[in-house]
Design a protein around this ligand. Sequence first.
Ligand code: PRX
Length: 651
Amino acid sequence: MSAAVFPVPEDWADKALIGEDSYAERYARSIADPDGFWREEAKRITWLEPFDTVKDTSFDKADFHIRWFTGGKLNICANALDRHLVERGEQIAIIWEPDSPGDPVRRITYRELHRDVSRFANALKERGVAKGDRVTIYLPMVPEAAIAMLACARIGAIHSVVFAGFSPDALAGRIEDCGSRIVVTADEGLRGGKTVPLKANVDAALEKVAVDTVVVFNHTGADVPMVEGRDVSWSDAVAGVAEDCAPEPMDAEDPLFILYTSGSTGKPKGVLHTTGGYAVWTSMTHQYVFDYQPNEDGSMPVYWCAADVGWVTGHSYVVYAPLMNGATQVMFEGVPNFPDHSRFWDIVDKHQVEIFYAAPTALRALMREGDEYVTRTSRASLKLLGSVGEPINPEAWDWYHRVVGERRCPIVDTWWQTETGGAMITPLPGAIDLKPGSASKPMFGVQPALLDAESGKVLEGAGQGALVITDSWPGQMRTVYGDDQRFFDTYFSQYPGYYFTGDGCRRDEDGYYWITGRIDDVINVSGHRMGTAEVESALVEHPSVAEAAVVGMPHEVKGQGIYAYVTTTAGTDDSEDLRKELVQWVRKEIGPIATPDVIQFAPSLPKTRSGKIMRRILRKIAENDTGSLGDTSTLADPSVVEDLVANRPQA
Ligand code: PRX
């Protein structure tokens, strides 16, 4: 592991919102006096009614509850838009960069965004959407995605955004789970010059689950069939509706959104976030992590988070936090390698981006193409770089720092999760020296601990173990939608009294945290979370598959790839054609992000005598680490392993 340390640059230490001393002091206060600390931080939000209690939380089984800012009332959409109108109504909120660089850019001011959101909120109301109703949003990276989310928040409806790369089946499951009666989509998406048939996917999903209304944003202009009485175009929906829509006063603990994410077992879980704590947490972390403050000339720095709104990073750091903080931000529809591998950096130059936040997988993919695609662009506007979603390996970190940022831009490697709402362990650019590959130090209010994975004992000092958080923070998820028991069981039962992250982590002598990756049956493919159980259940639905076991494997670009062991039904020919068919099958069942990298046909799987699949061994074979398979004596039939090793496909 890299031992290099990059000290905070002097100019950052001087001018950043949080310097070294203030980090230490505020962190200590946030733990010793959470009430005082959060009362102060909560001032960043415009409350309609003040809260009585800051923190009312317990991770104990007998008295389990998580409540923040109780009694307070607010509207997060009004915090993102209305309160800016006086001072920055004419400031650009969103610079939308289309998939194709030749197509027109859209620049939307805070005033225009406020108007569009209000109109769409009224359109939702006209179609019967009320406070507490669930609205499924299946949109590409267009401003209308943010508009639809904010419109829901404005009227107190709970949005459930489904990533536009998910299949009709995955979409149907998510519509059904949260019982939403309305879907907002587009005719088509556009990514890297290719169209994505969103409306057709919705139609296919709605063969499995019914809704009352589908609103279709006309994006590419494709001629899509509209179902009479159910489907309405976005423009018809907003035609003639009022431009005024009073924001609904929401309790701090009223639900804001559901976002489905993969776990180690079963179907994806509907992670539920509420309003007050999420608003404080995301706006605070965004401000401090990106040191988001006006430039010397009073303008707001151009900020660009390259995440899709379909993931939590897009929720917190594209839609809510930057707008609450009055940012000017780039929203990008496309992909890093279209029309060529300079696209990210061309956009940086085109819009004079100062803060850039992306996932390591994109960086690794670009790094492979050579420096020329980067160095032929200027990037002089860049000041700060960020990384999120998966561990960034020191090589990629070095490339990002040296080639992209020309050694002048600090890199904030932010560790967090859908469940945590915002950044939990992260450098602050003016306060924390950087170590490539380490997410460094905890954010205010976050108390990480490492436990011995077996005994559950707390490890002190330097060491490695299971990463847990010992107390609640405002942006914590509140439950699994409709399933409080699953929430408790998933996160609080393994190590009683702690929130278990699912990640392994090392802490060094300086108290820096180094995330080592998931230690449960979740894999991280290109920064996207995937439950191995989900891929397995997709595979076994194929008529030729009797049994399947899926594990992660190291992958140079994606971080982890998907390695599937498949036992076919008796009499099936384990052919190359079937292998291809199964790959397509999984893509269709879940979506292209779940494409298996390797499928190994296995006459049988290694099992204990009680019939449990020994995943540890399957992981080793997938990693091609067959020299250290460990103890196989508990296997019902050890020869199964020899057979798998001998027939491992050469990827
Ligand atoms: O394993 C960690 C990894 O991504 C997981 C969370 O995934 P998701 O809920 O999809 O949220 C991703 C965006 C916040 C974590 O459990 N992860 C996320 N950020 C980092 C990371 N691993 C290492 N370093 C990071 N900076």
